[in-house]
Design a protein around this ligand. Structure first.
Ligand code: CTP
Ligand code: MG
Length: 246
């Protein structure tokens, strides 16, 4: 059995603010894509990493990764318009011998290699689709979406108060991370059947009515979305260095 990991890295990172595409933004001077690819490549079970690069930057990303110690072979393809297109392109580039596929966001650079192996192991143990998840910590409320309220355009920071409908019990809710792991045939079928976009790959598998299981996620696998997440990530790196971990 051959395990490969796909890294969608073609997003612009609009919520992070102006600058480089998010995957190329740095943590302590090193682009987060490098951390994400290293975390996958250093996992015991991963034999190949395929990166879906920002549309214009395949050669740039190849050069970047060649200049770092990665630890596994890496293939770079051009990403697509949406995350799902980027994953689909990387899937097409997988060599025939690959039969387990992990999909991991470049935007989750600090996911531990142990988490990568745990997800891959669960697929190898026979689960067709595996996602890491964490219990929620905030209280969750459902609100009335209003289109009668004040018109809040994308540049408008003022949001009208929203009416609360209910508090949602959260004991059976999970916040889902990556890496997500799949039997290759399951993921390929799910992508081929996709009519519109899902927010994650497992969502496409669910649409086929196929089972998806949740394994324990990791706090370190958080997604870098907003500027404060860069500060948190650099603090985690400082803590790791201080404790002698890599
Ligand atoms: N992604 C991708 N191709 C796209 C859009 C997103 O490969 N067309 C990737 C991103 O690079 C990221 C992951 O999907 O690693 C998760 O997406 P997200 O966190 O939304 O990143 P961005 O789309 O870059 O950020 P934003 O939505 O704030 O612009
Ligand atoms: Mg996005």
């Amino acid at each position: 059995v051959t395990v490969a990991a796909i890294v969608p890295a073609a997003g612009r990172g609009e919520r992070l603010g102006p600058g480089q595409p998010k995957a190329l933004r740095t943590l302590d001077g090193v682009p987060m894509l490098v951390y994400a690819v290293q975390a996958l490549a250093r996992a015991r079970l991963v034999e190949l990493v395929v990166v879906a690069a920002p549309l214009t930057g395949v050669a740039e990303v190849e050069a970047l990764l060649a200049s770092h110690d990665i630890g596994a072979p890496v293939l770079v393809v051009a990403g697509g318009e949406h995350r799902q297109d980027s994953v689909a392109r990387a899937l097409e580039a997988l060599p025939p011998e690959v039969d387990v596929v992990l999909v991991h966001d470049a935007a989750r650079p600090l996911a531990p290699s142990e988490l990568v192996d745990a997800v891959a192991s669960a697929v190898l143990a026979g689960h067709g689709a595996v996602v890491p998840g964490l219990a929620m910590t905030d209280t969750v409320k459902r609100v009335a979406l209003s289109n009668t309220g004040p018109n809040t355009g994308p540049d408008d920071d003022e949001q009208a108060p929203e009416q609360v409908l209910e508090t949602v019990p959260r004991s059976d809710l999970r916040c889902i991370q990556t890496p997500q792991g799949f039997d290759r045939a399951v993921l390929t079928k799910a992508h081929a059947a996709a009519e519109d976009t899902a927010t994650d790959d497992a969502g496409l598998v669910e649409r086929l009515g196929l089972p998806v299981v949740v394994v324990a996620g990791s706090a370190d696998a958080f997604k870098i979305t907003r500027p404060i997440d860069l500060l948190i990530a650099e603090a985690v790196l400082r803590e790791r260095r201080g404790s002698g971990a890599r």
